[in-house]
Design a protein around this ligand. Structure first.
Ligand SMILES: Nc1ncnc2c1ncn2[C@@H]1O[C@H](COP(=O)(O)OP(=O)(O)OP(=O)(O)O)[C@@H](O)[C@H]1O
Ligand SMILES: [Mg+2]
Length: 866
């Protein structure tokens, strides 16, 4: 058996008939044999995107060099090397090397942990394969990991499925495909098989990266893995998504700092020249000062804190974070949008016989049954299943009374599903059985205004009782008209010509129980600073009732058709004060989320589980879905919530755990940044002033290195800290402006302590009148720097009361010990330090005590203001 290379069969302009194509692929409508598939897998490799394998060490190291701080450090190193300041250049190189090694190691660990977690929510494809090598055996459907697909495989597609590879359609029913990930086009495109495709035609092709928005199909795989169009697009544009909340805040802070760093050396040089008449020989010192400002451990802390947080979350609560920064973002979420079905309600609807019209139930069941049969849907949707189960229980013959002719499955944009059936005896006519949302069905019925208004009112009343509704209508059409009965829908929500002038049959009402944990979960979210909004495709009445039953006030409810007339700004204002949006199409859901995000002040999460939630999941800062969401939703989401085996059904409390974990990790990152930046800034101010006052450099390059390494090692402990309960009560956002205010305040305080030490040193040294003034100054300052740093770490962290010894306390103690002991050891000499007179320690203790008091007082004021 031969098969052509995937790249050339994928060419849409090939003009081959479906049969010719299947033959050239060495396949047929019944799929490949297992043996052949195995051979092809060996030849073509697994069906995975090229970029999804873990990066090699050298690549990771190279990538960590792209960090802006590293780049600035390397530039400063280069400057030092050009003026032959080898000491400073070496210091910088060591710092860069240490941080790159730690970072690459951390990222590699995090990457493999992430890959393991993603594996848990990996998607499968429904593939037709014939057993063994037997060509004549009949095919069976298998759920296989997408990675096992090979060219020539025949796959089944249904609503919510991901397109697993580049495929050509063999059969399709009402298929529309969301290709946003591939084309950027958010409206689903119609797809249908074309026997002899014209040049450039692509209606018969679906590409990997898309997902099925409605309908069903079977299709043959043309290309997999690196051969797909998606892989090619991935290579050229990359799969970058817009800046996340996390990127925005960290970048804001980083760039302000980098500007500072770049300004520092020229300023030091100019000040040295103007005040002390120094020349270029100050450059190494100027560079060292700039280096002192760098939070070079930031990437390491970020990766460690987030990776630890997500590993813990997966282990303890089964919540899976697919993209590391999403953990920070969920901690920052202050608006959470949820769809109703499947998050607030269980999505296990049951027909309410007392409120259902028997005729409507009959026709809804006929329509649902034949849609399921004719459209080859892999699974029935929840409403259809409820209808069929209930109708069959009442009348087991209901489905046999007709022959199905064709069907157009439910589409969340049209909000309709239609089946065409024929009564066995009635040769001349066929019946259209249409079911869908109340508004969309009534709009297509032959009714006068009064009738329509009264039906709408009846529907509103039932919705107000919390029922979900289907409206059902039928129409008789002459059978010869058959081929034109169901032209493919226009995708944008338009109607097909024959679904007009229908006869209204009645309503089918469903109860759908609320998720038991939902009320408590919503209350908790409110208490923790998260505003919840409901964006649903359902009737406004049903949504309002559900919300009321959950203890939330629905307020003014807006239906999505009223939003189309609004500009983005008007919508943003309206969205902020609205709790419920009803009758939303997938595109409306995304537009509302985007409007809420506009301005960058809020971080918006979206929780949804259906095909109709895909665009919104992508539009949000963090997309969240339950574990049993459709495959495409799990693929689009950043966070997948657990489904504990012992508690089937939905569990909203998991989202609370995810938020806590997010706030925990970002709280630690924020503490690191606060402590590091304020003490770094303090050191820089002090060094600059001392540099101008002293006849020698206040610190030697080797000392800068030793000090920085000690700080870095100690501060790594922040990744393992446990923030105070207060830090977990509000969304954690790192606002660059607040941050800079904080670090300037505490930086100045730190510099004051340093300068006080300067005075103390002058006093202590005069009393001994030793000759090695320079070395004594250096060691005195070294000790003081490490001790003040230890104090700052202890007092400025938001962490738990320092009663229980955690990692931070151990780090602080070690740092203090090194600070005091190092100048007394033999290592002091090579570092240019000497032991100090005892009186210095007494004076230093006084300075530190004062500093601690001042720190505590300023922090208290800061906390009160915040
Ligand atoms: N299988 C179906 N056949 C016909 N009509 C349906 C079907 N499923 C849903 N509908 C109708 O379409 C409406 C909108 O459905 P959609 O899936 O967009 O939203 P939903 O699932 O009700 O709510 P949410 O957006 O909160 O999940 C429903 O209220 C219902 O009336
Ligand atoms: Mg839903």
């Amino acid at each position: 058996m031969t098969d052509t290379a995937p790249a050339d069969v994928a060419a849409p302009s090939s003009g081959r008939t479906t049969l010719q194509l299947l033959r050239s692929l060495g396949s047929g409508p019944r799929g490949l044999t297992e043996a052949e598939a195995e051979r092809r897998l060996a030849r073509h490799g697994e069906n995975v995107l090229p970029g999804t394998r873990p990066l090699s060490w050298p690549l990771l190291a190279a990538r960590s060099l792209r960090d802006p701080f590293t780049v600035v450090l390397l530039c400063l190193g280069l400057v030092s090397a050009t003026v032959a300041a080898w000491g400073t250049a070496c210091v910088i190189l060591v710092l860069v090397a240490v941080s790159c090694c730690l970072r690459s190691a951390g990222e590699r660990r995090a990457d493999s942990a992430m890959a393991g977690l993603r594996e848990l929510v990996a998607t499968t494809a429904t593939v037709l394969r014939r057993p063994g090598a037997d060509e004549t055996a009949s095919p069976a459907e298998h759920e296989l990991p997408v990675s096992q697909l090979v060219p020539g495989d025949v796959v089944r597609l249904g609503p919510g499925d991901l397109i697993p590879a580049d495929v050509r359609l063999l059969r399709a029913q009402g298929l529309t495909v969301q290709q946003a990930a591939f084309t950027g086009e958010s409206v689903p495109a119609d797809k249908r098989p074309v026997d002899v495709p014209a040049d450039g035609e692509s209606a018969h092709l679906c590409f990997q990266g898309g997902s099925v928005a409605s309908g069903s199909a079977s299709a043959v795989v043309l290309a997999t893995g690196a051969g797909t169009r998606f892989a090619a697009a991935h290579r050229t544009v990359g799969a970058e998504r817009g800046a996340s909340a996390f990127d925005r805040s960290v970048h804001g802070i980083s760039w302000t700092l980098i500007r500072f760093m770049l300004l520092t050396p020229p300023l030091v040089l100019m000040a040295g020249a103007a005040l002390r008449g120094r020349g270029l020989e100050t450059l190494p010192f100027a560079v060292a000062v700039a280096v002192g400002l760098t939070p070079e451990m930031l990437p390491v802390i970020v990766t460690t804190a987030l990776a630890r947080g997500s590993a813990l979350l997966a282990r303890t609560h089964g919540v899976i974070v697919k993209r590391l920064p999403a953990l920070h973002d969920i901690g920052a979420v202050d608006i959470l949008c949820v769809d109703k079905t499947g998050t607030l309600t269980q999505d296990r609807p049951a027909v309410d016989p007392a409120r259902t019209d028997p005729d409507a139930l009959h026709w809804a069941a006929v329509s649902a049954w034949w849609t399921l049969q004719l459209a080859d849907l892999p699974t029935a949707d929840a409403l259809d299943e409820a209808v069929i189960t209930h109708a069959l229980a009442k009348d087991p013959a209901v489905t046999e009374a007709y022959d199905g002719i064709t069907a157009l499955p439910f589409d969340p944009v049209r909000r309709l599903a239609t089946a065409v059936v024929r009564r066995p005896g009635a040769l001349g006519t066929v019946t259209l059985a249409v079911k869908g949302s109340v508004e969309n069905v009534l709009e297509r019925c032959a009714l006068d205004d009064a009738e329509r208004a009264s039906l709408l009112a009846r529907a509103a009343e039932m919705s107000g009782d919390g029922l979900r509704l289907l409206a059902v209508a039928t129409a008789e059409r002459p059978a010869r008209h058959r081929p034109g009965i169901l032209p493919s829908p226009s995708g944008g929500g338009g109607s097909t010509a024959d679904e007009r002038g229908l006869t209204f049959t009645g309503f089918v009402a469903f109860t759908d129980a609320l998720v038991p944990t939902a009320a408590q979960a919503l209350r908790d979210l409110g208490e923790r600073g998260v505003t919840v909004k409901v964006i649903t495709g359902d009737h406004p009445g049903t949504a309002a009732r559900a919300l009321r039953d959950l203890g939330l006030a629905p307020g003014d409810i807006h239906t999505a058709d009223a939003l189309d007339a609004l500009t983005d700004e008007e919508l943003a204002r309206l969205a902020r004060r609205t709790t419920v949006f009803a009758r939303c199409t997938p595109a409306h859901k995304a537009r509302i989320v985007t409007a809420l995000r506009a301005g960058g002040e809020t971080t918006v999460g979206f929780l949804g589980d259906g095909v109709n939630d895909l665009p919104a999941l992508r539009a949000a800062d963090v997309g969240i879905c339950p574990r049993d969401a459709v495959a495409a939703a799990r693929d689009a989401a950043d966070i997948v919530l657990a489904q504990p085996a012992d508690r089937p059904g939905k569990d909203l409390t998991a989202i609370g755990h995810a938020i806590t974990a997010g706030r925990h990790s970002s709280g630690n990152i924020a503490t690191y940044l606060r402590v590091t930046l304020s003490s770094n800034l303090g050191n820089v101010i002090a060094m600059l002033s001392a540099g101008l006052l002293l006849p020698f450099l206040p610190m030697l390059p080797a000392q800068v290195l030793a000090q920085n390494l000690c700080f870095d090692a100690a501060q790594l402990s922040f990744a393992f800290d446990r923030p105070a309960a207060a830090a977990l009560r509000r969304p954690t956002t790192l606002r660059p402006r607040d941050f800079l205010r904080f670090i300037t305040g505490f930086g100045v305080l730190n510099a004051a302590a340093d300068l006080a030490t300067f005075g103390v040193l002058a006093l202590a040294l005069r009393s001994t009148a030793g000759p090695a003034d320079e070395a004594a100054f250096h060691s005195g300052w070294f000790t003081e720097n490490l001790l003040t740093q230890a104090l700052v770490m202890l007092l400025l962290r938001t962490g738990r009361a320092p009663r229980t010894p955690g990692p931070v306390r151990w780090a602080v103690t070690s740092l203090a010990v090194v600070g005091v002991v190092l100048p007394l050891t033999p290592a002091a000499h090579p570092l240019g330090m000497t032991p100090l007179p005892p009186v210095y320690y007494a004076l230093l203790a006084a300075v530190l005590a004062l500093y601690a008091v001042a720190l505590t007082a300023v922090k208290r004021r800061y906390v009160r203001q915040a």
